[in-house]
Each structure stands twice: as C-alpha cells, then as structure tokens.
Design a protein around this ligand. Structure first.
Ligand SMILES: Cc1cc2nc3c(=O)[nH]c(=O)nc-3n(C[C@H](O)[C@H](O)[C@H](O)COP(=O)(O)OP(=O)(O)OC[C@H]3O[C@@H](n4cnc5c(N)ncnc54)[C@H](O)[C@@H]3O)c2cc1C
Length: 444
C-alpha cells in the first residue's frame, strides 16, 4: 500500500500491534513512509480480543465503536469495514431490591432512585453544561478546577448516596471499569461528553476483525518483545528486542511506542523518580470475565443487567452477547458474560478458575433460578491491563511526563493516556504522532 516510498525519512520501529501501533503503521504506510511493527503476542489487537467457540464470536475486550468517532471511522473505511457496522440499541436492566428496572436511552427519570435524587442530578449536569465547550475527551484542554476533585466526594456533596450508588457507580464501572472513589471528576466529565453524544455500533464479525484487517496490510513481526529503547546522547538509535528465542538490536531513527503507559518504564533508560511514579499511579483496571454459553436463548430482550454493590453482587454487570449482536451467534443461543471489574476485578483477576465460575453461577442463579441447568459450557477470560484510570491529581503530572518525554529525540508515544480509554483516543494519538513524523516535527 502507499504511493511513494520516502527512504530518506529513516527507519521507524513501532512497538505494539494494538490499535494504536496498527493505526500509526497504517497512517505512515499510506503516506509512503516505511515502518516495522513488533508485537509481543502472537496475534494483533491488544485489548481488542475475541473468544471463538464453534461458529460463535464473542467480544471479550473492546465492545463497540461510538458513532461520534471520527479518525477511527476513517480507518474503518480504509480497510473496507465501515459499511459493516451495525447499531446496538437494546436497553439496560438495573437491579434494585431484587427487581429489574429497565433503563432505555430515552429514559428521563431513573425509577430505581427517589424523585428527589433524580432532581439532585440536575446540579452537576448544569455545571457540566456550563463547561461543555471546554470539556475535551482527548486531553487537549486542561480543566484545572475539576482535575483535583474526587468524583465520589463531589457526588455526595452535590447529590446524595442514591445517585452515587445507582447512577454514577454503574456508569463508571461499565464505561471505565473503575470506581468513583479516587477517580478525578475531570475524567468523568470527559468520559460523559464522549458517551452522551453518541450511540453504539459493533462489527458482526467481531471487533477483532478491525485490527486483523489492518495487520494484514502491514509488516508486523509477532512474538517480538521490545526490551529496551537504545538512546545515545538523547537520540533514539534502536530497540533491543527478543524475537522468538533470539536477542537482537533493531536499528531505528525513530521509535513509536504504542504500549500501555505501564509498559514504558522498563523500556526507557534515565527516567526520573517522578516519571516512574506517574507511571505507577496512572493505573489500569483489571478484569475477570466468566462467559457462559447457554443451551438456549434467554427469553428477555435486553442488553445488560447492571448490578450494584448494595444488592450484594460482586459482578458489576452481565451482558448477553446474543442481544448485543445476533449475527455473531448464529446458533441463536444466549452467551452470558459476567463481568468482574472495578474493585471486584482487582480482587478476582487471579482467582482460581473453579471458584470464579462457582461465584458467577451463584450470582446468576439469583436472576435466573434454573441457570445451572441451562449452561452448556463456560470459559474464563482475564485481563491484567484493562481501561486507563485517572486518579485525582494525575492530569498535571501526566502532562509533565509527556512534556519530559520530548527530551528523547526520535521517541513518540501513542496510547489511550491522551484521554479516556477508547479506540478514538488511541487512533487520534496515532494520527497526531504520525502527522508530526511526516511533517518532520516533534509534537508528543
Ligand atoms: C474490557 C474492555 C472494554 C473496552 N471497551 C471499549 C469500547 O467499547 N470502545 C472503545 O472505543 N474502547 C474500549 N476499550 C478501550 C480500548 O480497548 C483501548 O483503549 C485500546 O484498545 C488501546 O489500544 P492500544 O493500542 O493503545 O493498547 P493495547 O491494545 O494494550 O495494545 C498494546 C500492544 O502492545 C503490545 N506490547 C506491550 N508491551 C510490548 C513490548 N515490550 N514489546 C512488544 N509489544 C508490546 C501488547 O501485547 C499489545 O498488543 C475497552 C477496553 C477494555 C479493556
């Protein structure tokens, strides 16, 4: 692909074949600039993962594309997938006092919380609306007055515990896999702006077909782990790699590091203690997911049950892959995904498989009494690096970190640390990075 090769531009190495590294490779190759991508795993996609069983494809990482994505949709178009997106419109069911309460996109009043609590939601909404223009999901404009405010304290102050437990917590858990405690209010505002101005779509062949399509057009080397970025007098000169069983140094004039932030520390020599502590504190959620393949369709036409800690569930929510996208499950049988994320994800990510399945079964039985008899088979998926989290106070420090990285000539970072954990954040950062490479400039 690409029109004209520009060999004089030097050698570009990309670390990571998640959507960030692949999008960067795609933009560079499209402009005729050669690159090589090195990926530690044996498949592309990173956090975009699929579970395949018989003819069923289940998304077990990234779930959907939002309709307000811009750069991502253009890349989907380039690889011929944009026309295949299908909308997801099913409602969500919230559990309170053991009863399910349907929440549709058009719901005006949340019936699981009292009327007064519904009215109290108006106060933070008005603050958000007043600042709407300044709220940028992609990290471009600072929001200093909200960055050091803790989300749960803010909601308890402006609203009440009902709003925290039955409105804000389910949103933060479902959209960010974290808990309101410790999370920055600015991050919540950025995330809500991104979600509330869009609806969801997905690919019937699975979200994973997006990185697969991109990778098939690019020079990706698998089972290739970057061990160290070699820097000589402030300039990047190569990457020490393990490729299969071999150790090798790949010469490079520039390196695009498209890994989660926590993977960068071991790669870069000469990080300050402040830089290391930013990497440590900018954490990622952990997740344990129990996937039940059912003997038949669960006769309830909704997208997800959302639980609450006050109901005694440890699972944050359960979704039915069949209702998300029927085309992905040709058998027409339900595939129930029980998600342990947020606090439960931290606690259960390394839990023994049998105990995890037993817990999920016991929780599902509270919703479907004959659940055990309906299960055909079960799989467990774990993820140590889930969605990025923005603890209070991290924004200015993260900006300082990214500014500091400019001292390494030839180093470029791509990732979802430029905003909320979404494909669009990552693809935009890939676009910005590759534009700066192609312009011969350096803007991180
Ligand atoms: C459960 C879940 C659900 C999500 N849902 C959505 C959603 O619905 N919509 C949405 O837009 N976003 C969603 N996201 C977020 C989205 O998946 C991520 O923001 C995005 O995939 C991150 O892409 P990335 O390329 O930056 O990182 P990654 O996908 O993490 O890719 C990084 C790659 O680098 C490789 N790597 C790391 N270190 C090295 C090394 N030293 N050498 C070589 N290779 C290395 C890794 O193996 C990996 O393949 C979700 C995330 C999770 C976890």
């Amino acid at each position: 692909m690409g029109e004209q090769r520009t060999e004089t531009d030097g050698r570009t190495v990309i670390i990571g074949a998640g959507i960030g590294g692949l999008a960067a490779g795609h933009f560079l190759e499209k402009a005729g600039h050669e690159c090589r991508i090195f990926e530690r795993a044996s498949v592309p996609g990173g956090r975009i993962q699929a579970l395949r069983k018989g003819d069923a494809v289940v998304d077990v990482g990234t779930q959907y594309f939002h309709t307000n994505y811009v750069e991502t949709l253009k890349v989907l178009e380039d690889v011929g997938l944009r026309d295949r997106l299908i909308p997801i419109r099913a409602p969500v069911r919230m559990i309170r006092h053991g009863k399910g309460q349907l929440v549709k996109h058009t719901t005006v009043r949340l019936k699981m919380i009292p009327l007064l609590s519904n009215l109290r939601i108006a106060r933070p909404v008005i603050t958000a609306l007043r600042n709407l223009k300044r709220i940028d999901p992609y990290f471009n404009s600072p929001l200093p007055e909200f960055e050091d405010v803790e989300l749960s304290e803010y909601i308890l102050d402006k609203c009440d515990r009902e709003v925290l437990e039955f409105f804000v917590r389910p949103i933060v858990i479902a959209f960010n896999q974290s808990e309101p405690e410790g999370e920055s209010l600015a991050h919540f505002m950025r995330m809500m702006k991104q979600y509330l101005t869009a609806s969801d779509t997905c690919l019937p062949t699975g979200m994973h077909s997006f990185p697969e399509a991109l990778a098939s057009t690019l020079p990706v080397v698998y089972d290739a782990e970057a061990r160290e970025i070699v820097v000589d007098r402030g300039r990047v000169t190569g990457v020490k790699m393990r490729i299969g069983e071999e150790e090798e140094t790949i010469p490079a004039d520039r390196v695009v590091c498209a890994t989660p932030l926590k993977e960068i520390a071991p790669l870069l020599p000469g990080l300050s203690s402040e830089e290391k502590s930013v990497i440590d504190e900018y954490t990622y959620s952990k997740m344990a997911l129990v996937v039940f393949f059912m003997k038949q369709r669960i006769p309830d036409d909704f997208w997800a049950w959302v639980f609450s800690r006050t109901e005694g569930f440890r699972a944050a929510y359960t979704s039915d892959a069949l209702f998300k996208c029927r085309e992905m499950i040709p058998s027409g049988k339900s595939v129930l995904q029980v998600w342990y994320v947020g606090e439960a994800g931290e606690e259960l990510v390394d839990e023994d498989e049998d105990r995890l399945v037993a817990l999920a079964q016991q929780e599902m039985k509270q919703l479907l009494p004959d659940f055990d008899d309906q299960v055909e088979s079960v799989e467990v998926v774990r993820q140590q690096t889930g969605m990025s989290r923005y603890p209070v106070g991290i924004y200015p420090r993260l900006r300082g970190f990214l500014e500091g990285m400019k001292r390494y000539t030839g180093l470029h970072l791509v990732g979802d640390f430029y905003g909320h954990s979404t494909l669009e954040t990552v693809v935009r950062s890939a676009r910005r990075t590759t534009d700066s490479i192609l312009d011969g400039k350096r803007t991180q």
